[in-house]
Design a protein around this ligand. Structure first.
Ligand SMILES: [Zn+2]
Length: 297
């Protein structure tokens, strides 16, 4: 099992059969970087074997974009020289829970892994934006992008114009907001600044197809924000979302409906706490909204 969905001189992206989860291997002159190696044992071992084959004497760095269990599940199959993650991920109070989720998954599907299931131990933790790590001629820049989870971050490999975005900007799923829609929105706005400072040309999302043009990831960013605003409008005004449009845009409604419901619940709590307000003046117009509501009654 060796599902490589993208390859060039520096970048190889493996995609799992599960949830189209992407694992990225970056080869630079002086290091090999592995980001979020995932899911099934054969898939993780294929990545690990690939790294062993290409590595030669280069150092191996492992980066985790966030602590969701599908992204840390392959950690124990690697013996990296350095591990990078956000400070929030290093200090995540729910580490045990994440590991239990891996064990539960493996138990449910009778999966044995030929490596230990462990929570990643950091050597380098990122606690501020634009933190840089240089290794000889390679420069990596890290950005904190909370919202999907509290501990999410993105990494840019500067020389090759590559942004590895974690669970954002997917073309197969709308935002899964387990932490904060307000911070999610801020992270989407931060993305523009990340691009302007780094000029990345390729972006790897946690799930789905790579984004290989600025127009494409800008469209994904707009789609993500539109989704958040549509849920907020629904919560504030009671006007039902256009779910037909939602499910024609995203094609896996059986698993994503649960995510959608949880997003609504989380954003409803945020609204009750006054964490955001809906400003109809910024939408398409109050009158139209009232008409739509009337139509449904
Ligand atoms: Zn995630």
């Amino acid at each position: 099992m060796n599902n490589i969905v993208y390859k060039d001189r520096h970048v190889t992206v493996f995609q799992s059969a599960l949830f189209q989860t992407n694992s990225t291997v970056v080869e630079m002159e002086d290091l090999v970087l592995v980001v979020d190696p995932a899911w099934l044992p054969d898939e993780v071992m294929a990545i690990s074997n690939y790294v062993d084959k290409i590595r030669c004497k280069r150092e191996l760095f492992l980066v985790f974009t966030h602590s969701d269990y599908d992204h840390i599940i392959g950690c124990g199959a690697f013996r990296p020289d350095k591990v990078f993650m956000s400070k929030a991920m290093a200090e995540n109070p729910e580490k045990e829970l994440r590991l239990e989720e891996v064990l539960e998954f493996d138990d449910k599907y009778y999966i044995n892994r030929p490596y230990p299931v462990v929570y990643p131990q950091p050597d380098f933790t990122i606690f501020r934006d634009a933190a840089q790590y240089r290794h000889h001629s390679t420069k990596m820049t890290f950005y904190l992008t909370p919202g999907h989870t509290a501990d999410s971050m993105m990494v840019v490999v500067w020389q090759i114009g590559l942004c590895i975005a974690g669970d954002y900007l997917s073309d197969v799923e709308f935002p899964a907001i387990t932490h904060s829609s307000v911070e999610y929105e801020a992270s989407m706005n931060k993305l523009l600044a990340i691009h302007d400072r780094n000029w990345f040309t390729r972006l790897v999302p946690g799930h789905g197809n790579l984004s290989l043009s600025i127009n494409d990831w800008l469209q994904r960013r707009t789609d993500s924000l539109s989704y958040i605003y549509a849920v907020r409008e629904y919560i504030t005004t009671g006007v039902a979302m256009d779910e037909v449009a939602l499910w024609s845009r995203y094609h896996f409604p059986l698993s994503q409906k649960k995510v959608h419901t949880e997003n609504i619940e989380l954003m409803r709590r945020e609204y009750e706490q006054g964490l955001w307000t809906w400003r109809p003046a910024e939408s398409t117009g109050t009158n139209t909204e009232l008409t739509e509501q009337d139509d449904q009654e």
